[in-house]
Each structure stands twice: as structure tokens, then as C-alpha cells.
Design a protein around this ligand. Sequence first.
Ligand code: IPD
Ligand code: CA
Length: 306
Amino acid sequence: MDSSLLLTQWHNFFAIYAFSLFFVTSNKLGPRKEKLVKIIEVLEEAAKRVHKNVKHLAGTKESGTDHGMGAGGDISRRIDIVAEKTVLDYLREINFECTVFGEECGMVELSPNPKGFIIMDAIDGSTNAVRGLPFFCCSLAYTPEDKLSSVTDGVIMDLHNGDLYSASKGKGAYMNGKKIHVHKEKPIYFVVGVDISGISPDVLPQLAPILSASNHVRHFGAVALELAIFARGLVDVFVDLRRKLRITDVAAGYLIALEAGGYVVDENGMPLDSNLSYDKRISFIAAANEETLADVRKKLGLSAKI
Ligand code: IPD
Ligand code: CA
């Protein structure tokens, strides 16, 4: 092999590896000693702790107690607060030097010297969680920059059954440690996922050609987990054109879907992106392959070309 090519490959490998490690200052080791941890492992551990702390709360009356308006603009419920506190406590415990961008708690600086952001929707699908409908999750993503497209690591934990979905940029997507892929072949049943909750009457007609063309439309009520099951190949396309989602809802699912081989674009068919803002609202189309994306684009009146 050409020696300059070999050198470039080594350089890339080293850069990716170094990037996925994070310095954590351990109290036990003393203030100056630092150890390296993988960011994805931090997110996974945080999500596992959320699962442990909320699994007995879901579906109970207590889970829905009103805790006032959260940073994202919705009422925070007891289960949201318990889940967020679990993540924040863990990150503090390991001295993870970051700023948390949380759906309920807002921006929380955990270090005067943050090295990046954790985008946290500690409970996605709060309505399902409170009512006891078995479809809700914890969604955590890490980005070194203030941008969705810069997310390097994402974890989604199904808080009903404990399935753990994860991805790090360039390394593929996993479910419980096994690689997952979107459904590339022609499926027996073509399943269309949508979110139409609270959709405005102006936007609904746009979706009509997609809804009426399918006998297999599904709507589960937790966008992050819906992206995870899309990434796993259980759904062929997922469309949310409501302009209601926040970056907290999609950050982890976006990376997991891309790393599983999916296409994720905005409502105009352009690459999806957003900064970390509570005001910015997101719509997206996730499609398992080019053909499906072209078909959806056509139905939405966008040019079929990607
Ligand atoms: C909600 C869920 C739901 C979607 C809402 C989101 P939350 O997230 O993803 O499916 O329809 O727009 O806000 O509030 O339960 O974290
Ligand atoms: Ca939430």
C-alpha cells in the first residue's frame, strides 16, 4: 500500500479514537488526576441509571405530578424530573466537563471549562410514560459544537423493555451491542411512521398523499424511539412535518438513523441541521433508501431528485 495513504489512514483512525475519549477528573484520584472515558459509555451508563430509577414510576399517578413549565415549553412531570436528575447527578459524580442542554432543566453548565454539550431528553414520550403506554425512552446525545450535525455520540434507551440503541459517528449503529441497519430490501409490509399530533390544518393536506397511499401507517408517540425502531429496520419511512420538534427530541435518533444507513432530511429535502436552541423547531423525513426518499419527496411535491 502507498505509504502516504497508510499514514493518512492511521491519522484518521487516531483522530477518531482521540475524539471519542473524554477527560474525567475523578474525586477519588485527587483533583489533578484525570482518566479517559469513552463518551458513548458515559451516555449508556446515564441511560441505564434512568431506566433503573423510572421503571417503577411509569404509569403511576405520581409519575404525572405537575412540576411547572420546563425549558422546552411543556409541563415537566415528576417522571421527567426524576429522569433528568438521574443524568445530571451521574455526570456530576464523574465530573464530566460539559454543558447539558436539557428539555426540562434548560442549559446547565457542569464545568467552567465545558468540552461539549449533552443534549438530553431524559424522557421522550412523556405522555406514554405517564399513562403507562409501553413506548417511551431516554435520549442522550453528545456534540462538541452547538450543532445537530456535529453530534458524535447518541444513545436511546427503551425505558419499557431496557433495549439500548447507540451510535458513534463513523462506527455504525447498535442495539444491545449488535449492529443494526435500516430495512434496505423491499419489505413484506411497507410501514410508514408518522407523527401528526397537533398538526396544523395548513400542514395536514401536505401529508395526505403519504397517508392515503399506505394501509400500514403507524404513530407511536415518542419520536426518538420511533427513529430507533426505524434504524433497526422495523419501519421504512418516518415523517414528521409538524414543525414542533426540538433538537432534544431528535439529536440521538438522528445519529443512530444515519449510522444505520438511513437518510434524514428536513421538510425541504435538505440535510437536517439545527443549532442548540429552545426556539428552533424541526421537521424531518427519515427514509430507509433512496427510492423511498424519492417517492416521499414526490408525494410532498418536492423534486424527486436527492
Ligand atoms: C414528544 C414526543 C412525541 C411528539 C412530541 C414530542 P416529549 O416528546 O416525541 O411523540 O409528538 O412532539 O414533544 O415531550 O415526550 O419529550
Ligand atoms: Ca421529554
